[in-house]
Design a protein around this ligand. Structure first.
Ligand code: SAH
Ligand code: SF4
Ligand code: F3S
Length: 453
C-alpha cells in the first residue's frame, strides 16, 4: 500500500525518562506501519523527531542547540523531499508549543505528550502544505498505549499502566507536562502483557510516574498489587516496575517481593532527601522514618533486594544539617545505585518561587561528597555477589569488547562474561544464562558462563 510515508526515512532522538523512550517506540511503530524506514543517523533521515525532556534545565538547553544545528545537515541523496522535516514532541513540545517555532523557525511540527497519535497527520500536512504544524492538547483523549509499538529489543517490553502524575512535588515539572494521573484498565494491561509473552518477551517493566497509585482514578482505591499478581500469572520470566512513590508503597506490594515468582529483587524507591524539613518543603508527604521503615520491611520480605534511589541536592533552603541527614540516610540504606541530581529551578513549579537558593559552590561540594559515598556503598553492595551464580538476561555484546556478553542480573546489575565458544553475544541476546561471579566492581559484575539456557 502506497502512503505519503512510503520511501521516506526517519530517525527519533529521545531524551528523558522511560515514558519518553516508550512514546518513541510508539511513534516508530506508527511510522513503520505507514511504510517509513527507521535509520540511525540524522544525515540519512528525511524526518527527524525529537522526544524531549524538561525535568532539569540541562536537557532543555541541549534540545534548542540540537535542533538549531540541524539546519546545517544536508539532505540525503535520493530523498523525495525538498526539505528535511523536523518535529519536536514530548515534554518541551507540550510546555512550549508555538514558542518553539518562534525560536526555531525551521521547525516543521510540534506535538505534545497527549497527542502522539496525531504525529502522522501533522507530518503529512508539513510535507504537503509546508508551514508550521503545531498541535498541543491539554489532556489525552485516549490512552497512547492503544497505538502500535516498534520495540527496541524483542525480549524486553515497557508497559505503561498509568500516565500523568497527581503528586505535584514542589520542584517537579512533570505533572504540568504530562497531565493528571490516568490508569489503564487492568484487562488492557493483561492483554498487552499476554501478547508480549506469546511473542517471546522475557522481561516486562511496568511504567508510571507513581505505579503504586495505579487504579485510584478507575476503581476508587489503588490496585497495584493486583496488577503484579495478574502479570505474574502471564508466565513472564521477569517483572519490574518504575517508579514507586514511598508514600504509596503498600505492605501488599512489599509482600509480593517474597511471594511472586517473576518479580525481580530490585526496587527504585526515590527518596529525594533524608531531611524531614526538606521532604515537607518538597511536598513529598512522607518522613525519613517512614522511608527507613519501608526499607526495613522490604529487606524483611526480600533480604537480597537491591535498592536504588534518586536524590536532589541543593533544594532551596537546604542547610548543612539537612544535607547531613541525606548523607546519613544514603550511608545507612546502602543502595546499589543512586541517581544524584543538582536541584534545577523549573519555572511554574512552587519551588521556583522559594527563596534561600543554596550557593552553587556549596551545592557542588555537597554533591561531590554524596557521589563519593554512593560509589563506595555501591561497590560494597556488589561484593555480596562474589562467588554467586546469577541468572543473566543477555542484552548483547559489551560496548567495549565484542568477545564479552553484557546483560542484567535479577538485581538489575550489569554483568559481563566472555562469550562461550561456538556462539556470539548477538546470538545469545534475549536468553538467560548462568554466570558465576568472580569480580564485583562499582557499576558491574563479571564472571564466567557456567551453563547457557
Ligand atoms: N515520577 C518519578 C520520576 C520523576 S523525574 C518519581 O517520582 O520518582 C526523575 C527524577 O528527577 C526525580 O526523582 C527527581 O530526583 C529528579 N528531578 C525532578 N525534578 C527535578 C528538579 N527540578 N531538579 C533536579 N532534579 C529533579
Ligand atoms: Fe514529579 Fe513527584 Fe510526580 Fe515524580 S511523583 S513525577 S517527582 S511530581
Ligand atoms: Fe523528562 Fe518528561 Fe520524563 S520532563 S523525565 S521526559 S515525563
Amino acid at each position: 500500500m502506497q502512503t505519503p510515508f512510503t520511501n521516506l526515512t526517519f530517525c527519533i532522538r529521545t531524551f528523558g525518562c522511560q515514558m519518553n523512550k516508550h512514546d518513541s517506540e510508539r511513534i516508530a511503530g506508527m511510522l513503520e506501519g505507514l511504510g517509513a524506514l527507521p535509520v540511525e543517523a540524522i544525515e540519512d533521515a528525511d524526518i527527524v523527531a525529537f522526544m524531549t525532556c524538561c525535568v532539569r534545565e540541562a536537557a532543555d538547553t541541549r534540545l534548542y542547540g540540537q535542533v538549531a544545528s540541524l539546519k546545517n545537515v544536508p539532505l540525503r541523496t535520493g530523498t523525495p523531499l525538498s526539505k528535511r522535516i523536523v518535529a519536536v514532541g514530548g515534554c518541551i513540545g507540550q510546555r512550549d508549543g508555538e514558542k518553539l517555532v518562534e525560536e526555531l523557525p525551521h521547525l516543521d511540527v510540534v506535538f505534545g505528550t497527549h497527542n502522539l497519535g496525531s504525529l502522522p497527520r501533522l507530518l503529512e500536512a508539513a510535507i504537503d502544505e509546508g508551514g508550521h504544524q503545531v498541535e498541543v492538547l491539554d489532556a489525552a483523549s485516549s490512552f497512547p498505549t492503544e497505538l502500535p509499538t516498534a520495540r527496541e529489543h524483542d525480549w524486553a517490553a515497557w508497559l505503561p499502566i498509568t500516565i500523568g502524575c497527581n503528586n505535584f512535588c514542589s520542584y517537579c515539572i512533570v505533572p504540568y507536562v504530562r497531565g493528571r494521573e490516568k490508569s489503564r484498565p487492568l484487562e488492557d494491561i493483561v492483554a498487552e502483557a499476554e501478547r508480549y509473552v506469546d511473542a517471546g518477551v522475557k522481561e516486562i517493566t511496568l511504567l508510571g510516574q507513581n505505579v503504586n497509585s495505579y487504579g485510584r482514578d478507575l476503581y476508587g482505591s489503588p490496585r497495584f498489587d493486583e496488577v503484579l499478581d495478574a502479570l505474574d500469572a502471564t508466565g513472564v520470566a521477569r517483572l519490574r516496575f518504575a517508579t514507586s512513590h514511598p508514600k504509596d508503597l503498600t505492605d501488599g506490594v512489599i509482600e509480593r517481593f517474597s511471594s511472586l515468582r517473576s518479580l525481580m529483587p530490585a526496587l527504585h524507591l526515590p527518596v529525594q532527601s533524608g531531611s524531614d524539613a526538606v521532604l515537607a518543603a518538597m511536598n513529598r508527604r512522607y518522613t525519613r522514618a517512614h522511608y527507613l521503615e519501608l526499607v526495613r520491611k522490604l529487606r524483611e520480605a526480600c533480604p537480597d533486594i537491591a535498592l536504588s534511589t534518586d536524590v536532589i541536592v541543593g533544594f532551596p533552603g537546604e542547610t548543612d544539617k539537612d544535607f547531613e541527614d541525606t548523607f546519613r540516610l544514603v550511608d545507612e540504606v546502602g543502595y546499589h545505585q543512586v541517581f544524584t541530581f543538582i536541584y534545577s529551578k523549573r519555572e511554574g513549579t512552587p519551588a521556583a518561587k522559594m527563596e534561600d537558593a543554596v550557593p552553587h559552590e556549596v551545592v557542588q561540594g555537597r554533591f561531590d561528597r554524596l557521589v563519593n559515598l554512593v560509589q563506595s556503598r555501591a561497590f560494597e553492595a556488589n561484593q555480596a555477589d562474589l562467588g554467586a551464580i546469577v541468572n543473566v538476561l543477555v542484552e548483547g555484546a559489551s560496548k567495549r569488547d565484542e568477545g564479552l556478553l553484557a546483560g542484567k542480573s535479577p538485581k538489575n546489575q550489569t554483568v559481563h562474561a566472555p562469550v562461550p565458544p561456538g556462539t556470539t553475544a548477538r546470538a545469545l541476546a534475549g536468553s538467560i544464562v548462568s554466570v558465576r561471579i568472580d569480580e564485583a566492581k562499582t557499576w558491574y559484575l563479571s564472571g564466567e558462563v557456567v551453563n547457557g539456557r
